[in-house]
Design a protein around this ligand. Sequence first.
Ligand code: GDD
Ligand code: MN
Length: 364
Amino acid sequence: MAFELSIIVPTYNERDNIVPLFDAICHVLTDIDWELIFVDDDSPDGTNVVIKDLANQDDRVKCIHRLNRRGLSSACIEGIMASSSPLICVMDADLQHDEKLIPEMHAKILNDKLDIVVASRYFDIGSTGGLPKFRKKISRLATKISLMSMNISITDPMSGFFMIRRSFFEKVMYRVSGRGFKILLDLLMSSDERVKIAELPYVMRSRKSGESKLDFIVVWDFLIMLISKMVGEYIPYRFISFIAVGSSGLFVHMLALWSMHDASNMNFTLSQSIATFVAMTTNYILNNFFTYHDLKRTGKLFWRGLLSFYLVCMIGAILNVSLATELYQRQLPWFLAGVFGALAGAIWNFTISSMFVWKKNKRI
Ligand code: GDD
Ligand code: MN
């Protein structure tokens, strides 16, 4: 059976929304051949069981059940890669996206020969009806920042509801980061040609069942993704986050040093050593939480990871100091010697801790 449209729906704890979404889609999409692919990250509420039950009753429904992975964007990409129809629609499972727009999006992308049609909450009569006030503000701000960094003028690049041509997706797929929540923005920023794009307005509904997964980590991921795209992706995504955490470590270090040496008159070497340990510890905790949140170490593994992180950083510090000293002795200005030393230490810490502290587990 060849489908004209593959609808990709990422799910995490959406058990009660699966059947209503399926029914709603059946109701509005009567003129096109579609399939509905759910990509579930092994939701603890058993969403995959509901999806598989449905898939056993209707051939158009499929379940991609992923283990040891989390992420809205990567789930969407995986769903797209598993399908082959010429058109793809990405939407949320929580019924916030109005499925009645799909036929219109479908007609528009074909008639106007577009790459992407976005369902926009800001354009014309569209609205963010269902979102709390502070979410609207964050959303608008993020929109502005990202629009500035691209030369595309659309009103809602944060939308999680859009239709895309497979031929376009296949042009940009090598460059998409697949991280975080902002799949559309990721796709747009990955294109080096002008994107043929249009928007259709809709009113976003409020969520009835389950809860939103957008949290601080999602926002962090988004900011890092923007920086990463701006520097042209020469620098690995995680390294940017690692450096940001490292800068906070410098601050923690100086604060600890000041409070022990300057404010409490403790011996300098001892203060400096303790401050180093404090900063390494906060760096570890923050990296575990932000940079490597998808490989987060918990329980016993948290403590073992901390010990190996100390070890890695200690070698990094030796490397840092010896390189800086060497460069300084070769008449490099002190600040350049310092920066090169610190950079070498950071690259070492990052590379080795990615390999040994937060190593990737087996993915299925
Ligand atoms: N597979 C998978 N893995 N799915 C996920 C994950 C994950 O880690 N996190 C969230 N999802 C699914 C949810 O189950 C839901 O179907 C959809 O992704 C959106 O998640 P929500 O948690 O409901 O997000 P939101 O409503 O706060 O944000 C939505 O609206 C934003 C605009 O305000 C998303 O569509 C965003 O992409 C969009 O920017
Ligand atoms: Mn939602």
